[in-house]
Design a protein around this ligand. Structure first.
Ligand code: TXA
Ligand code: MG
Length: 337
């Protein structure tokens, strides 16, 4: 059903409570509200209302077996979602909540299949964005929210990105400006004997290691079954993406020559200084050396180059350390067809 989508600007530090309450009323009535988190924008529904949650799948064109993350504002909110909190989870929550770490628990009976895609587990996180926390508190229930993009597109890091993808499909967007982190939360599964990182994110393996010891890295074993989201193509711009090795300027130059000869419009995302291209078919975006800043800009730049009509994006790989692991995970998915 098409509807009018209201976009309302909200201060990220002192959100107007009248606006937050209006958004909470929409959620209470079974509607959909997009809101900023510190990672990316989320598309929220009342997590305890399965009919509302189902609307998220159709708005995003999301496969219904892909479960979503439930967002809480306080540890008490976990009580309705999870029967027993595993002992390993407690120090992690103390250290990383509120923040970009999602933990997978065995679910309670109150959590519907709509949220979990029929799985016995539920993914939960406590965001640190003030608007997100205020909205969960105003609703008085946890909020189920995947990223607020059309399924498969780069995650939204501004309110405008949400509007581009979901205009007419959702009731309201709380626009709190650009997000702080830019890459989605780390998803850590504690529901099995060995903890497993199902999705690398902005909480890095190095930060988690002292708390959990040995972990199974995301690509191993049966993890694909445990993390349905990783089965789908993700984070892809419309343009085709080719990754080149770190500092391989020759490969970049070769690809530029190859494509421009055929009149194909090329975009380059690189941290190497590029020679000036007078060719209007080459769009260069020099990426920041600091990988935290890189993460913040990555999805927005992919969307920008799409808007400029780029057909081929050539992206230089980054080193797989710290948040670089999450960045490379997203770049590989963007490059896979
Ligand atoms: O930073 C984030 O995590 C953002 C913000 C909005 O919180 N949310 C987000 O949600 O990225 P989404 O739905 O785009 O990604 C959630 C990921 C998917 O890969 C999904 O398969 C996985 O978490 N997931 C959710 N519930 C799960 C479960 N019960 N077991 C395993 N994986 C689960
Ligand atoms: Mg997503």
């Amino acid at each position: 059903m098409r509807r009018e989508t209201l976009l309302i600007e909200v201060s990220p530090t002192q959100p107007d409570l009248a606006v937050i309450n209006r958004a909470a009323d929409i959620l209470r009535g079974g509607g959909l509200v997009a809101f900023p988190t510190e990672t990316v924008y989320g598309l929220g529904a009342d997590a305890l209302n399965p009919d509302a949650v189902k609307k998220i799948f159709s708005a995003k064109h999301r496969p219904t077996d892909n479960p979503m993350i439930v967002h809480v504002a306080a540890l008490e909110d976990l009580r309705v979602l999870v029967d027993d909190i595993s002992t390993e989870a407690i120090p992690l929550m103390k250290q990383f909540w509120p923040g970009p770490l999602t933990l997978i628990f065995r679910k309670s009976r109150q959590v519907s299949d709509a949220v979990t895609g029929g799985q016995e587990t539920v993914a939960v996180r406590m965001p640190r964005n003030i608007i997100a926390l205020a909205l969960i508190r105003a609703l008085g229930h946890p909020i189920a929210a995947p990223s607020a993009n059309l399924s498969g597109r780069p995650s939204p890091t501004t309110g405008r990105h949400v509007l581009q993808d979901l205009k007419g499909e959702i009731d309201m967007i709380l626009d709190g400006g650009p997000v702080e982190v830019g890459v989605e939360s780390t998803v850590l599964d504690l529901s099995h004997r060995l903890p497993a990182i199902l999705r690398p994110g902005s909480v890095t393996w190095e930060e988690l290691e002292p708390f959990i010891g040995k972990v199974v890295p995301a690509a191993e074993g049966n993890l694909l079954k445990r993390s349905p989201g990783t089965r789908y193509r993700h984070y892809s711009p419309q343009a085709r993406v080719t990754l080149v090795e770190l500092a391989d300027q020759k490969a970049i130059d070769r690809l530029i020559a190859h494509h421009t000869k055929k009149g194909i419009k090329v975009g380059i995302l690189s941290r190497q200084p590029q020679s000036l291209h007078s060719n209007i078919d080459v769009v260069v975006r020099s990426m920041p050396q600091d990988l935290k800043v890189y993460a913040m800009q990555m999805f927005a730049i992919m969307r920008e180059l799409d808007e400029l009509g780029v057909d081929e994006m050539i992206i230089e790989k980054v080193e797989e350390k710290g948040i670089g692991v999450a960045i490379m995970d997203r770049l590989r998915r963007a490059a896979s067809r």
